[in-house]
Each structure stands twice: as C-alpha cells, then as structure tokens.
Design a protein around this ligand. Structure first.
Ligand SMILES: NC(=O)c1ccc[n+]([C@@H]2O[C@H](COP(=O)([O-])OP(=O)(O)OC[C@H]3O[C@@H](n4cnc5c(N)ncnc54)[C@H](OP(=O)(O)O)[C@@H]3O)[C@@H](O)[C@H]2O)c1
Length: 401
C-alpha cells in the first residue's frame, strides 16, 4: 500500500524539501525492487497547497499529479486554473481549502509547512480528525499549543516534529522515561548577528538580516532567526510538544549547527541528535517514523568538522529570547500576542517600513499593553492574535519605528 501524503505549503522551503525527500524515498524503493509500482507501494503526493505562487504549484501538480490542491489566496485561483485546469484534480480556493484537505479521509500524513498563524485552523482540524501531523509550522503550536496538544490526546492524533531542534529532542527523549528528564536544551546557530552588540543591532539592514549563516529558509523564519525570535517561538513550541515546564527548557548557541538539540537525564547523561544542517533529515524522519531509511541527507563526518562549540545566548542583546521564556511561563493569551505582533512587525520590516530593532520593540510594546487572559478558548486566542496585529499598525501610526 502506498502512503498518502498531503503537503500544505508545498511551494515553500520546507514544502519543496519534502518533495525532494519523497522523490528520494520512492527512487530508493524502486532501486531495491525494480518490479515495484511506486504508485502502489511508495509515497503518494495526495494533496498540495500554495498561497499565491501558482506557477510553482502548477509545476508541482504536473509532476506529482495530486488529487487535491488548495490555493489559499483565492484571487490567484483563476490563474492557477488557467495554468493547469483539466479533470481529475479538485481545486479548493481560499484559506478554508487547508482545513478541507486536513479533514480528507485516507491521508496517512499531513505535513504542515505553511508559514505563520494561517496554518492554525488546518492543524486543529487534522488533530481533531486523529491524523498523523508532521509539523514544521511552529506558529500554531505557539498560539494554541495547549489546545492543540489536548485535542491530540483526546483524538489519538500524532504530532511529529519537523523543526530540526524538536525532531532532535523527540529522538533523544526515546532514550529514557518522561520522569527521568532533567531538562531539554534547544541549540541555535546564533543567527547572522551572533556576538553583535546592542548598538550593532540598531544598524542592521534588511539584506544583512536575510543572510543566514547556516540555514536556507523562507524569509519570515530567516528574520525570526536573526532576531532570535525563532528560538523564542521554539521554546514555546517545545513547552507544548513535550509537555515540558519552561524551567526545564534551556537554549545553547552552537554555531556549527551539528548538534540539533539535546536532552539531559537525571543521571547526568546527555543524549543529543547530530547531523548535517539539512532539513531533509527531520522531514524524512517525520515521514518514515518510526522507521529509519536511507535518504538524501549527506552523512556527518565529525572528523572533517573537528570542533563543536557552545556558548550561552546573550539575552540582553537578543531580548526576543528572554521575552519568549517569559511568555512561555505566563501562558494564556500572551503567546498569541507575542506571535501576532512578531508576524505583523516582520511583515513591515520585509516591506522596508521599519528598522530591524523595531521588530522586538513593537512586540514588547504589545505585550506590555496586553491584559493576559487564562483558560481561554480558540476564539479568545484568535482575538488576542488579531489585537496584536492591529496594535502594531496603531503603534506605527503614532510614531516612526
Ligand atoms: N525553512 C526551514 O528550514 C524551516 C525549518 C524549521 C521550521 N520551519 C517552519 O516551517 C514553516 C514554513 O517555513 P518555510 O521557511 O518553508 O516558509 P516559506 O518558504 O515562506 O513557505 C511558506 C509556505 O506557506 C505558504 N503560505 C504563505 N502565506 C500563506 C497563507 N497566508 N496561508 C496559507 N499558506 C501560506 C507559501 O505559499 P506561497 O509560496 O504561494 O507564498 C509557502 O508554500 C514556518 O512555520 C517555519 O517556522 C521552517
């Protein structure tokens, strides 16, 4: 039987890598048994989605022949039809298309590779249907991690991390029992501004912030890595994915990005997962879990790397990270505001409308004005998210950032 995969956000960096992984998995199946029909025994690309990059989506559709496609920017759906059209393909236009795909029967794994809070309704829908969700899209877990993980427990849905750090922790946790874990440590390359002073951060340009020293990723997460907001979001993601109190989560700067994260157990043993900085590895593990198979990721040669270094993060210069720990501890609507303000501020920065340092200033301002609510519903979380986005716009009307 083939395994049916839906990739939401297939035109993005994670989505494109996932398709490369699937190609490699199917080719290696055929290499082992040339009589094999991949459409019956391999990984079938059953559904894909893009927001507005319909040219690339059309190419993917021609190549993978999925049954369902979502174009979440409804204005681009007509252009997509003109590019592809034809029978045998169901097109879902608008944001609800992601939810419709998430609810389809017969999908084995949904890979959530959409960027931002836009993925939340589909993550919740997939979880409520008890699906296996390979999750790269961290923002839904940041906003509504408590709700998503509670619903997953109730429905029996599996949440398999794709973020390299969380995949590493997921793998390392298999070395012991939950009550034997002392703490988990997320590693970070430190981003392009590792070692920078607060004054240096004030002068950062858009081009500099988009140049990540190690990882090749989409623009939003690249900026998040530069502010260290990405690590802050990952602390909150880890808090929910692994049901780990904030006090048991640490962060270490590791510029080589070889140790993807680690778990310290009560006896003092530290179990880490190592590999080249290549998203294909965690994506593949989430698709083949619990099996491990040969893939396209180049194997690690530690003798060539020689030295691995670690240092403490600078929480004064990278204020986003210390805010992330505070928000993870606070809970309730705080993380929805934290994430919503960041998404809105990063959008402004990418559009050249605010300075780099203003991203965190705006987030901090929103957090200081927000009255945190606890024991909240999804609607209240979405309200907090919308409030934060609007507050960023209001702040920009009052003062130049
Ligand atoms: N890139 C990495 O290596 C990496 C590593 C770990 C975790 N992640 C996480 O994975 C997620 C995706 O990251 P990425 O770097 O792959 O992002 P990306 O390259 O920007 O791709 C984002 C994908 O989401 C789609 N999209 C954009 N806006 C959307 C909307 N409003 N509604 C629905 N779909 C939308 C995009 O479609 P269009 O192409 O049509 O715009 C694209 O397919 C993020 O949450 C990120 O934090 C990424």
């Amino acid at each position: 039987m083939s395994r049916r995969i839906a990739i939401l956000g297939s035109t993005g960096s994670v989505g494109r890598n996932a398709l490369r992984v699937i190609d490699a998995l199917n080719s290696s199946l055929v290499a082992r048994d040339s009589s094999l029909d991949v459409s019956k025994a391999g990984y079938e690309v059953y559904a894909l989605s893009a927001h507005s990059n319909v040219e690339l989506l059309a190419e993917q559709v021609r190549r993978y022949n999925p049954k369902f496609v979502a174009v979440t920017d409804a204005d681009c759906a007509g252009k997509f039809v003109a590019l592809v059209g034809g029978p045998g393909l169901e097109l879902l236009a608008g944001p609800l298309g992601l939810v419709q795909i998430a609810e389809l029967d017969g999908i084995d794994t949904i890979l959530m590779a959409v960027v931002g809070a836009a993925g939340l309704p589909a993550v919740l829908a997939a979880v409520r249907c008890g699906k296996r969700v390979a999750i790269a899209n961290k923002e839904p877990l940041v906003i509504a991690g408590e709700l998503v993980t509670k619903e997953a427990k109730e429905s029996g849905a599996e949440l398999l991390p794709v973020d390299s750090e969380h995949s590493a922790i997921f793998q390392a946790l298999q070395a012991g029992r939950a009550d034997e874990v002392e703490r988990i440590v997320l590693t970070t390359s430190g981003g392009p501004f590792r070692g920078a002073s607060a004054e240096d951060i004030q002068r950062v340009t858009l081009a500099e912030a988009l140049l990540h020293p190690v990882w090749d990723m989409g623009p939003k997460i690249t900026i998040d890595s530069a502010t260290m907001m990405n690590k802050a979001l990952e602390v909150i993601e880890a808090r929910w994915l692994f049901d780990m109190p904030t006090g048991k989560i640490g962060v270490l700067v590791h510029p080589e990005s070889i140790v993807h994260s680690l778990v310290e157990f009560v006896d003092g043993s530290v179990i880490a997962q190592l590999g080249r900085p290549d998203m294909c590895l965690p994506i593949q593990y989430a698709l083949t879990y619990p099996k491990r198979v040969r893939g396209i990721s180049e194997h690690l040669k530690l003798e060539e790397i020689g030295t691995l270094t670690f240092e403490k993060p600078d929480l004064e210069v990278f204020r986003a990270l210390s805010l992330g720990f505070e928000v993870a501890q606070t809970g309730g609507t705080a993380a929805a505001v934290f994430n919503g303000a960041n998404e809105a501020a990063v959008e402004q920065f990418l559009a050249g409308k605010i300075r780099f340092a203003s991203i965190v200033e705006l987030i901090e301002r929103c957090l200081s004005k927000h009255n945190v609510k606890r024991d909240v519903s999804l609607d209240e979380l979405l309200e907090a998210d919308a409030w934060a986005r609007n507050e960023v716009v209001e702040c920009l009307k009052q003062k130049a950032y």
